[in-house]
Design a protein. Sequence first.
Length: 116
Amino acid sequence: QVQLVESGGGLVQAGGSLRLSCAASGSISSINAMGWYRQAPGKQRELVAFITIGGSTNYSDSVKGRFTISRDNAKNTVYLQMNSLKPEDTTVYYCNAVDRDFQRYWGQGTQVTVSS
């Protein structure tokens, strides 16, 4: 089992920055990849970015060039640095981990609100 705890959400003006953190605990060694998703009310959860155990990263087109995913293995933590935020980035962001058996784990979510 893997437990994920997010932090770092909040309110920011358009053009501003926020950094989300996701601390993992439990069966850390079983994790193959971690990422961030977001879900607006009435919409499907969408991938924002992920990073594999090998360090490869991938981003959705909507955040490419503005968001950066990174990890600190010593702290078992993944970060999402969000720059040049737009009002349309407003939603709940969820941390995700996938283990070697392709089981998914989710954090509780953190709200990001970007005012225009």
